[in-house]
Design a protein around this ligand. Structure first.
Ligand code: NAD
Length: 422
């Protein structure tokens, strides 16, 4: 049920996001007046979402929408459905979106939304009920020039179609720009569905190149086989990577010779899980992360790599597909052990980049071919990796610190010239 705003803001995830901001602010020598403003969300809305369930009961869900910062433009961020959602998590993720959009050079501030629910245990009709009521309740603070939604954990294209429809109905006209990650037929963009996974693979190629390696023949483990994880698996395996292990919320699977990703995809479509794929051995979710491999891609939920397992992770490179999969304590341990961590704020930014393309296409009613989308995505991802790498080398910091320095530095510069109203 409802938690008080004060106790929600005390959440470990929000505290960790603040600690990271404080460290970077010190490093950047940020003036306290700007640093202090960045520590708080601009606005946060908590809503209750009553829904008539299939068995006739009325259940009340709790939802949030948080705008962290809007100095660079309207806010942009995903909507997640998960039982663990709380105001602290949503606020921490909104803050991460601010840094991510700034790092990628997008004209957006950061936002996030969430509903505390278990979407996999709900029918399609119940999910539609949650989505339409949520969209109605957060309507005062969303819109194409104000705050734009996108899919995240537990939500998808269909969810965005319901959001777009609900918003449009109240305006008396179609408003595609209120959400991105929509189905193509109602103004979605070619390449959006694959964008986050594709961006991760571009970043990985760049990093491998800089380390003097190539991806062909590298052993890859992926945690999460949803939108992000499944695309990474498919594209990396097309590029010659060997996907030895994959996990989801139900458990993991392993094949030393490499999993057949197309068969795996068909199995997941049929059964709803990676577990039980013929020809693969079962493995626990915990063991999966600690197996020997070259690249580990956490692409599920937050805080999966923590103080308790960081010293047993054997991957040489971790590419953060999920948001916040590595805790600050684990980060320090991995750094000490020489494991390279390519941070979420850079690695998974392909999704918001193509969301930006979708928003621009919708505003102009002019749609691009898939090749145009992917080549522009590759260009933006490559530029961001270049900037992060250069900063990391110049400042002698980790890629995460460098990415945050770039992102936070740009947001601070916008605040500096805009000043403090009134
Ligand atoms: P999704 O709902 O499509 O898939 C999530 C996957 O993670 C599923 O396979 C699920 O079974 C698995 N999972 C859930 N809980 C788990 C647990 N406790 N242990 C192991 N596996 C678990 O979600 P998605 O869109 O693929 O997002 C995954 C992550 O990537 C999230 O952290 C999200 O914030 C981040 N992300 C997504 C996008 C995007 O465009 N979808 C963009 C940037 C970042």
């Amino acid at each position: 049920m409802f938690m008080t705003a004060a106790s929600d803001f005390e959440s470990p995830l929000y505290r960790a996001a603040l600690a990271r901001l404080d460290t970077i602010a010190e490093r950047l020598n940020l003036e306290p007046s700007i640093h202090e403003r960045l520590r708080y969300p601009r606005r946060a809305l908590t809503v209750s979402i009553p829904v008539r369930m299939d068995d006739g009961r009325t259940e009340v869900f709790i939802g949030y929408r948080v705008h962290h910062d809007t100095a660079l433009g309207p806010s942009k961020g995903g909507l997640r459905y998960d039982p663990s959602v709380d105001l602290g998590e949503v606020t921490a993720l909104a803050m991460l979106m601010t840094w991510k959009c700034a790092l990628m050079g997008l004209p957006y501030g950061g936002a996030k939304g969430g509903v505390r629910c278990a979407p996999r245990q709900m029918s399609l009709r119940e999910r539609e009920g949650v989505t339409r009521r949520y969209a109605t309740e957060v309507m005062p603070i969303v819109g194409p020039d104000l705050d734009i939604l996108a899919p995240d954990l537990g939500t998808d294209e269909q969810t965005m179609a319901w959001i777009m429809d609900t918003y449009s109905m109240t305006q008396g006209r179609s408003v595609p720009g209120v959400a991105t990650g929509k189905p193509l037929i109602i103004g979605g963009s070619h390449g959006r569905r694959e964008a986050t996974g594709r961006g991760i693979v571009y970043v990985l190629h760049q990093v491998a190149h800089r380390l003097g390696h190539e991806l062909r023949g590298r052993r890859v483990v992926i945690q999460g086989f949803g939108n992000v994880g499944s695309v990474v698996a498919r594209l990396l395996s097309n590029d010659g990577g060997v996907i030895v292990g994959v996990g989801d919320v139900n458990g993991g699977i392993w094949n030393e010779q490499g999993l057949d990703v197309l068969k795996l995809q068909a199995h997941v479509e049929e059964s709803g899980s990676v577990v039980g794929l013929p020809g693969a051995e079962p493995i626990s979710s915990g063991d999966l992360l600690e197996q020997g491999c070259d690249v580990l891609v956490p692409a599920a939920v937050g805080s999966q790599i923590h103080e308790g397992n960081a010293d047993r992770i054997k991957a040489a490179v971790i590419v953060e597909g999920a948001n916040g999969p590595t805790t600050a304590e684990a980060d320090a341990i991995l750094h000490e052990r020489g494991v390279r961590v390519i941070p979420d704020v850079l690695a998974n930014a392909g999704g918001v980049v193509v969301s930006y393309f979708e928003w621009v296409q919708g505003l102009q009613h002019h749609f691009w071919r898939e090749t145009e989308v992917t080549s522009r995505l590759q260009e933006i991802m490559t530029r961001a990796v270049d900037r992060v790498w250069a900063t990391a080398e110049r400042e002698k910091v980790t890629p995460r610190a460098a990415a945050l320095m770039e992102g936070i530095g740009r947001v601070a510069a916008a605040h500096r010239v805009r000043g403090l109203y009134p």
